[in-house]
Design a protein around this ligand. Structure first.
Ligand SMILES: [Cu+2]
Length: 67
């Protein structure tokens, strides 16, 4: 499954690393890429191992808002 999430609050390389590393650690996530200018997070994941909800919560746990 491929999804692109709109995420608010990411402003620098630290934010990119925080989101990419935390989401990347989830079971079943094979790819995560932040586009800082667009405020988007593109994620590729296995729906049998994780869910969009879990991915959103992981991003929010890092202090960003999924819109
Ligand atoms: Cu930052």
């Amino acid at each position: 499954m491929n999804e692109t999430l709109k995420v608010q609050g990411m402003s620098c390389g630290h934010c990119v690393n925080a989101v990419e590393s935390s989401v990347g650690e989830l079971q079943g996530v094979s790819s995560v890429k932040v586009d800082l200018e667009k405020g988007e997070v593109a994620v590729e994941y296995d729906t049998s191992k994780t869910s969009l909800n879990e991915i959103q919560e992981t991003i929010e746990d890092q202090g960003y808002d999924v819109v």
